[in-house]
Design a protein around this ligand. Sequence first.
Ligand code: NAD
Ligand code: ZN
Length: 248
Amino acid sequence: MHASPIDEASDIVRAARRLLVLTGAGISAESGIAPFRGKGGIWARYDPMEYGTLDALRADPAKVWRMLYDLGLEIAAARPNAAHHALVRLEPHLHLTIATQNVDALHQRAGSTDVVELHGSSQELLCMACGRRWAAADVVVDALELPPRCGCGGALRPDVVLFGELLPPGVFERAEVAARTADVVLVVGTSAEVAPAAWLPTIALRAGARIIELNPETTWLTTEVTHVFLHGKAGEILPELVAAVIHD
Ligand code: NAD
Ligand code: ZN
């Protein structure tokens, strides 16, 4: 008898005590936020390597803010999808940590409680001159007057990690501890091209974890690191997986 990949994955998750879920932009794709890789979306207009870097922000904040403004519109219109909700349902059944590369806060909005935001959050802005923090909800961002400014006159930036920037202190370390101690890592919707987040599955593998990967496309992890590959969309496969874990 050959079990289906979902059966195999649900057996593995059911036997786990500590689960780390590593998520990327793909888990939010069905919420209407375009991932970098894949067709269309705002990234057809804004090359992340041109607009998403610290150098670009320093050199021309207004330019980078055009991309941030469009991404902000997508995030503001987005709601958690079936994949985010499925992870919330799993929480009472095992020790679950989510390490996300996303800045959209959709895991928290769905109700997940242990979320490590590896790349910061679009929900907070930071003054590049005086360092003051602002809740994004309290700042009116006018597309015709970018960048938005602090009371001190300095340019604001979202508290997200741009290409060329280090992760906030302590954040990767928290995820790394979760990776080293996890029995199972579930990797959802990431191309695993952005370091150091992309190292987490390998760190867990070396510490003895089983690795499950969910993606409509294979990645370099699929052949190098993954034990069970679930082929498909997060919003369809994750609810199925969680139902199989919980109900028997
Ligand atoms: P990525 O764009 O490099 O890769 C997205 C992955 O998701 C791809 O492998 C793709 O095949 C997969 N995918 C597409 N649709 C999917 C679906 N319905 N279900 C499951 N998987 C799906 O994203 P990344 O690996 O996260 O790296 C890009 C960086 O930019 C990260 O820091 C990322 O979080 C950030 N970013 C964040 C957002 C957001 O906050 N939602 C959006 C765009 C980019
Ligand atoms: Zn300021």
